[in-house]
Design a protein. Sequence first.
Lengths: 125, 490
Amino acid sequence: MPFGLIKDIDSYSKIINEILKYEISFNILKFSTGSRGINILIDIPEDKIKSITESLEKNNVIINKKGRVLVDLMKCVDCGACICLCPTEALHFNDEIRLEYLDDKCIGCLLCVDSCPRQVITENK
Amino acid sequence: MTKTYSEINEKIKNGNVVVVTAEEMIKIVEENGPKVAAEEIDVVTTGTFGPMCSSGAFLNFGHSDPPIKFEHLWLNDVHAYHGNAAVDCYIGCTRMADIRPFEYGGGHVIEDLVAKKPIRLRGISYTTDCYPLAEINTEFTIDDINQAILCNPRNAYQRYVCAVNSSDKTLYTYMGKLLPHFGNAHYAGAGCLNPLSNDPDYETIGMGTRIFLGGGTGYVIGEGTQHNPKNRQGTLFLKGDLKQMTPEYLRGVTYEKYGTSIFVGVGIPIPILNEGIAIKTAIKDEELITDVVDYGLPRRDRPALTKVSYKELKSGFIELNDKKVKCSSMSSLYYARKIAKELKKWIQDGKFFLNPPAETLSTETTFKPMKQKDELKFVRDLKKEAVTCYEDCDIKTVAEKIIYSNSNHIVIINHKNVLVGIVTSFDITRAIAEEKGILKDIMTRRVITTTDNEPLDIAARKMKLNEISALPVIDDNKIVIGIISSEELM
């Protein structure tokens, strides 16, 4: 999932147009402004990642591809410390109150990684 | 009707004791009433499994040849305490390894020890005529040493608070990672399964009570530190033989930027001696209330924002200021249940007997704050007037102000005196080197600030953590009312 860092509002519309050229729908998962410009986190289909990344980079957009996380359940003590950090419920309890991780739901925000007291969760680089 | 410990133990011996867990007891009392429940149920088991920072173990290694009296010793690079006889030591779970602190600590040493892993021992001594050895380096496993006594001055809190964070920075605490602006909430404790919550007047739990501890048998040896019966926050001092415990119920943990600790499995059986006790062991999560406390304030007395029940906490969300805040536990409910069930099985199998305590826990102990002989000092006591410039100032004017006021920090404000940024003499120098001409481009906009009422120690820590040497002082409306620098703090 490319994470674009752009300088001004014109570039933002540039990005949208680039992606629209490909005629796909995408989700904006996160939109924030920082001291260095606008950050947006977008979710696009896997098969379009390469082509869209290339065209965004041509427009001087800095792309950070965020991976998801790796969860080593062998070390887990099912406490739940990570669960309230997860915005999408990728990390959640099953009926037995044991930790379950759904990779499909993970958006790679990485908020959970340093919340685990057993170092169960690591970034999937 | 009343039962005695002897009657219950007789039933355990004969294999016809009736044991249920604290969760199961709720339904039994609900459906049959406490009178019938008291007649039919003999024992209710409870359990909890969570981080318990006041835990550690006494170890005795046996004597070396030539003999050594430890002055300092390390177990896997974790400093253990020596202050007793020659080869006795105490390894505490929150002491971190000299090498790779925040990754490995006393809690991990205990887990590794119980898991029968080899532990490195290094010791040094000032030497005596009877203990002439100066240094020792060796390795041992739990089977090699003499006593290994788990000895935990504070375990199994009766209940604990729910922590939130109102500040604008993520906090890393013993209540886990707390996101800013009430981004999440953490609670601790097993709720209706919690041992002391099922015996809230301490009628059966006390000195000598036999318990499930760390996967083996242990004993209550009295009230724990910070025991606070008047606030229904009782604690227990527990001990047991590490050699018959298991690493499943003693797990070393690390809380990011906070430190290490250990998860301890505790399970306590409650004899249903009368109807009153039957009612108490049927306590429900919705009846167990605790406070939501704001850890955003770095002071001892943190504000309690609202009350919440363990039912609400276990639901995964709490309501705060009309918003739903995602909430999860620091302790494992899954393992709390497993412990209660395992203890139930031990009793049913005739392997575990109950015993009356030599003394029950105190209901009168008071929980006091630390006596501090020095009065607390605040930013308002030491701040000076800030040297300011408007944001539309040119850089030359700012540079002149730095020289004229002999001050390294210029606070940038708008025409309403509201803080917009800060500039140091280094920033000005860099601006010249990089040929940047506009103040707005070189000033730091994300300013770390302080307030009149912040204790000086907190302000000093802020400067240290952020590697800066001054903090503008602002009021509730972000208006600049002064500045405090590391010079004033020296």
